[in-house]
Design a protein around this ligand. Structure first.
Ligand code: PLP
Length: 387
């Protein structure tokens, strides 16, 4: 009766294991789970408060909204893309309750006999979702030699669904425009579709790096982009994401936009009006400005972590255009050995790199989402231990 594909999943999700190992450590400095800590921007809160009041009055009350999101928010998303030089039609942007959900749900519109190509290391949900669907998975190797940015290779041409995460979770690596162009050309040549995860786009500081795959010529013919206000605007608990399916993306003679719309109409009844009003406020100049103050706060933490590791001679990458720092475990420890060592000797809880794929073994992820004080304390402890 059951979907036997679930038996292929590992028993415990990475973060459940971490919680289990640290549940008695009340004073641990948590730099593991990628959750944000800074509050919502004041304009977002104000907009949601106003929406709550509207919902409390018969005159302005709203019931079911549109499955794809209210036009005001879809237009706001298009406005955000316009700032990046990307022109979108309102009905190419779909509002969802999380990039995590949409990245999994999008598989509904593809045939079950597809093979997929997934980077290693990467956000583990891509693998789990595809295991659940019974898809054949090919992995592309990220490693220190390629800067954790694997490039196209004809050896995986069988895989027609390609995941790209840039900025990458966990490594913080970001593809350049030239590199993404090679991926776009490859996808078009192989009739593949790129599922581009831009959940960390707002952390990109280097003006030359792309923050959307649609900044690359030809991408509308071969890519779907997922993004979210979770890390961008502190919506991890509030929930709001947007998925862009361009009209130009056609496979087997069918526009994928039409399939995704149909899927959402059947399986998703839309995101809360109150949340959509909050999200709309984020997309204003003031909302972006206020939210970017939080991003700057996290990036200051990232800088501090990176500078400390530099001083201690610990190999690492990331932290410049992403909130994650990816480091090599000391003394050739495995990722979990290093986890236990750090916890016992510095009180720091990080994330073992092996939880993000086989190539993550021997590496470790630190997140910059904590408070400045906790990051400073963690770096002091680490310096004391390593020196
Ligand atoms: N994509 C990546 C790469 C992530 O790291 C995360 C969350 O950590 C998500 C997507 C999911 O984000 P959301 O909160 O929008 O579901």
């Amino acid at each position: 009766m059951i979907n036997k594909n679930f038996q292929k999943l590992s028993d415990s999700y990475l973060f459940t294991e971490i919680l289990k190992k640290t549940k008695d450590k009340k004073d641990a400095i948590r730099m593991g789970i990628g959750d944000v800590t800074r509050p919502l921007a004041p304009v977002v809160v104000e907009a949601m408060q106003k929406a709550v009041v509207e919902m409390g009055s018969a005159k302005s009350f709203r019931g079911y909204g549109l499955e794809q999101g209210y036009p005001f928010l879809r237009q706001a998303v298009c406005g955000y893309y316009a700032r990046k030089g990307v022109e979108l039609k309102d009905d190419e942007a779909f509002i969802g309750d999380g990039a995590g959900s949409d990245i999994g749900n999008v598989l509904d519109i593809f045939s079950r006999d597809n093979s997929v190509l997934i980077p290693d290391p990467v956000y583990p949900a891509y693998v789990d979702n595809n295991l659940m669907m019974g898809h054949e998975i090919f992995y592309m190797n990220g490693n220190a030699d390629n800067g954790f940015l694997p490039m196209p290779d004809q050896s995986f041409s069988k895989a027609k669904i390609i995941y790209i995460c840039s900025p990458n979770n966990p490594t913080g690596a970001v593809y350049s425009a030239d590199q993404l162009k090679l991926w776009v050309d490859y996808a078009i040549a192989n009739d593949a579709v790129i599922l581009f995860d831009a959940a960390y786009e707002i952390f990109v500081q280097d003006k030359d790096l792309p923050t959307s795959i649609f900044q690359i010529e030809g991408a509308k013919k071969c890519a779907i982009e997922f993004s979210s206000l979770s890390k961008t605007a502190g919506f991890t608990g509030t929930r709001c994401s947007y998925t862009v399916v361009p009209h130009e993306l056609i496979r087997d003679g069918t526009p994928l936009n039409k399939l995704w719309k149909r899927r959402q109409e059947t399986k998703f009844n839309g995101l809360a009006y109150i949340v959509q009003r909050g999200a709309e406020a984020f997309f204003t100049d003031e909302g972006i400005k206020q939210s970017k103050e939080n991003i700057a706060y996290y990036m200051q933490n990232a800088k501090h972590i990176s500078e400390t590791l530099q001083k201690l001679g610990i190999w690492h990458t990331g932290g410049k255009n992403a909130p994650y720092i990816w480091l090599k475990c000391l003394d050739d420890m495995t990722s979990w050995e290093f986890f236990d060592y750090l916890l016992a000797n510095t009180n720091i809880v990080g994330t073992p790199g092996s939880g993000f794929g086989a190539n993550g073994e021997g590496f470790f992820r630190l997140s910059s989402f904590g408070s400045k004080e906790s990051v400073c304390a963690a770096m002091e402890n680490l310096t004391r231990e390593v020196n």
